[in-house]
Design a protein around this ligand. Sequence first.
Ligand code: ADP
Ligand code: MG
Length: 314
Amino acid sequence: MADIEIWTEKYRPKKLSEVVGQEHVVDRLKAWVKKGSIPNMLFAGPAGVGKTTIALALARELFGENWHDNFQETNASDERGINIVRGKIKDFARTIPIGHDFKIVFLDESDALTPEAQQALRRTMEKYAGVCRFILSCNYSSHIIEPIQSRCAVFRFKSLSEDDVRTYAERLAKGENIKLSSDAFKALYEITGGDLRTATNVLQATSALGDVTKERLYETVAQARPEDIKKMLETVLKGDFQSGRKMLFDMLINQGLSGEDIIKGIYKQIFELEIEEEKRLRLIEKCGEYEFRLNQGGSPEIQLEALLSNFLKG
Ligand SMILES: Nc1ncnc2c1ncn2[C@@H]1O[C@H](COP(=O)(O)OP(=O)(O)O)[C@@H](O)[C@H]1O
Ligand SMILES: [Mg+2]
């Protein structure tokens, strides 16, 4: 049997020009590539928007075919303490670059490092500044100690837009010869919020079932469809509690959605409902209360029905 290909690797852009969105980052980096040198950098932003991808593409463009010789990737969340800095990172940083003026250490999820490990990292960055550049990726730059921040050019990565997700998904669809229905693109964005790693995985899983449709996407991720939730809430708001309750049980039992997923869906839809602000606030508070009860082990049927009854009250 052929090995299953992992699409997140297969479709990871190899060149900066293939990256979707993040123009503000890519344009600056292209200028550095032209000069043949880069500063230390901090890539901050949400998951699945191209931080690792861009670091890898940058190394390829700077170093060419044998980029691997001068590039080390480490994930700080595997080992968060000072040993990783004193061991693996330092061992790589101190050796002479091959065929170039410097090498690159890419440290993913660097906000997972303890403050002591970050201090050690700062010293390593200083000591080997002549031969090594550091690219640190993190979700929040505020979790990185100030002396490191001030040594880095900071790049803030943005969540990708619906158009970006579409552009990327079209590339995958073409590459894999799969068909996406027109509403699938929007659903993919709604489900993933612009996280292309998740989008890729969801597409790969869904395409195993055939053409990719909105329904199949939502089935694959077992998320409540926004319009189902909205319809349920509006039905109850209109005073028809029994029909709303039926829709709720359909989601829980026939669609097999978890209580947490449905509450999250309800929470999102509260902002879309045409109701008075005061009521909106009260319902948001209720969502928080019932989510807590669910987490404490309350039965999803009872808790969600109770939450729903709050939509009935004036
Ligand atoms: N801006 C982007 N352009 C094209 N593909 C992307 C982009 N961001 C993420 N991807 C896709 O999602 C996968 C994960 O992206 P990655 O760069 O590892 O995310 P992170 O920001 O968490 O480091 C990549 O393999 C690639 O297929
Ligand atoms: Mg990454």
